[in-house]
Design a protein around this ligand. Structure first.
Ligand SMILES: Cc1cc2nc3c(=O)[nH]c(=O)nc-3n(C[C@H](O)[C@H](O)[C@H](O)COP(=O)(O)OP(=O)(O)OC[C@H]3O[C@@H](n4cnc5c(N)ncnc54)[C@H](O)[C@@H]3O)c2cc1C
Length: 319
């Protein structure tokens, strides 16, 4: 067994003070409240919250994390996360330095760093008259999070006709780092994209090249507006949330099932089911992670009782 496996991250003082990370050039914060980094505004402290400066810094960080046997979690905008009130006894990594937030357009490809927000991608593409990314308008995540989750929407085109748009459709290549610090460029054919999941989540996603089509800027603007209005009319943006809590079971809308159980407005402490969209749980004031989890359990029980359907979470929980 390696000597470092015997180190206890809780007892070793050098680790507690973060001195093992002295060689890291990026930002390091100790006991950083994660509620400040999630759209739910929920989450206890991260023992170490680290934003590496560049790929070399990230590689060094990964080697230290491995040497001291610390758990590591990657966070984007935290818009699909429910994090424990106890926080994370390890490293939370965010690719927020300028190195990971580059955005450029060359030879028909948009090259985007994983730390770039989706709204910036949409605006940038619009300015260059590039179409295809408009459906991402209003999704409050980063490119890294959207690739890991294969974020997207189900667009209603007629009364019973829908089109699926998802992040994976846009991708030509994705650059990742594995947890041994090795950088790879993956082609679309090497990546599995599914309903709100992708095979990329086993890596640290560094960036992507996406291909968009030339289009009239005015029409792009109109489409962006349409998607934003659609979100405003269907989603509940009045309080902090993590978007849809449950995945839609095959052939069903999770929101509709929850609604039919009469659970709109149901509340546990400060966690409440939205009155507008039953698949949204809102942080009404000062909700704790356990309140949301209890409400999720209750919803699951009721939906199972009434429809014999098992709802599965869409959000990622770090508990
Ligand atoms: C109001 C609201 C509306 C929403 N609407 C939609 C919608 O219409 N469609 C939709 O699909 N989603 C929606 N979401 C959910 C969420 O915005 C998306 O899933 C988004 O893509 C998550 O991105 P993020 O950067 O916030 O990722 P996070 O929430 O920070 O992380 C999500 C997962 O991705 C992983 N991850 C993040 N960055 C990286 C990286 N660089 N490398 C490897 N793994 C990484 C994390 O470890 C985690 O497992 C909504 C959320 C909210 C709050």
């Amino acid at each position: 067994m390696n000597w470092w496996r015997n180190l206890n991250p809780v007892k070793n003082k050098t680790i507690i003070r973060g001195e093992i990370f002295n060689g890291i050039k990026g930002k390091i914060r100790l006991a950083e409240p994660l509620k400040n980094h999630t759209t739910f505004k929920i989450g206890g402290p991260a023992k170490f919250f680290i934003e590496p400066k560049d790929a070399n810094d990230l590689k060094l960080l990964l080697s230290l994390v491995k040497r001291y046997n610390l758990p590591i979690f990657v966070i984007g905008r935290g818009s699909n996360l429910l994090i424990s009130d106890k926080g994370i006894n390890g490293v939370v990594l965010r690719l927020n330095a300028p190195y990971f937030k580059k955005l450029s357009y060359r030879n028909n490809y948009l090259n985007v760093g994983s730390g770039v927000s989706l709204s910036k991608v949409v605006l940038f593409a619009g300015e260059y008259g590039l179409s295809g990314a408009e459906f991402l308008a209003g999704i409050p995540g980063t490119v890294g999070g959207a690739l890991a989750m294969n974020a997207g929407i189900l667009e209603k085109v007629h009364s019973s006709e829908f089109i699926v748009h998802s992040m994976g459709d846009l991708v030509e290549t994705v650059t990742v780092m594995d947890y041994n610090g090795k950088i790879k460029t993956l082609h679309k054919k090497d990546i599995e994209f599914g309903y709100r999941k992708s095979s990329l989540s086993k890596y640290i996603i560094l960036g992507t090249a996406i291909r968009l089509a030339k289009e009239n800027k005015k029409r792009i603007k109109e489409r962006i507006k349409k998607y934003i209005n659609y979100r405003k009319s269907t989603q509940d943006l009045s309080k902090p949330s993590a978007g849809c809590i449950f995945r839609n079971p095959k052939g069903h809308s999770a929101g509709r099932l929850i609604d039919l159980c009469g659970l709109k407005g149901k509340r546990i402490q400060d966690a409440g089911v939205s009155l507008k969209h039953a698949n949204f749980i809102l942080n009404l004031e000062n909700a704790a992670s356990r309140d949301v989890l209890q409400l999720m359990d209750l919803i699951k029980q009721e939906v199972r009782k009434k429809f014999n359907i098992d709802l599965k979470p869409e959000i990622k929980t770090w508990q």
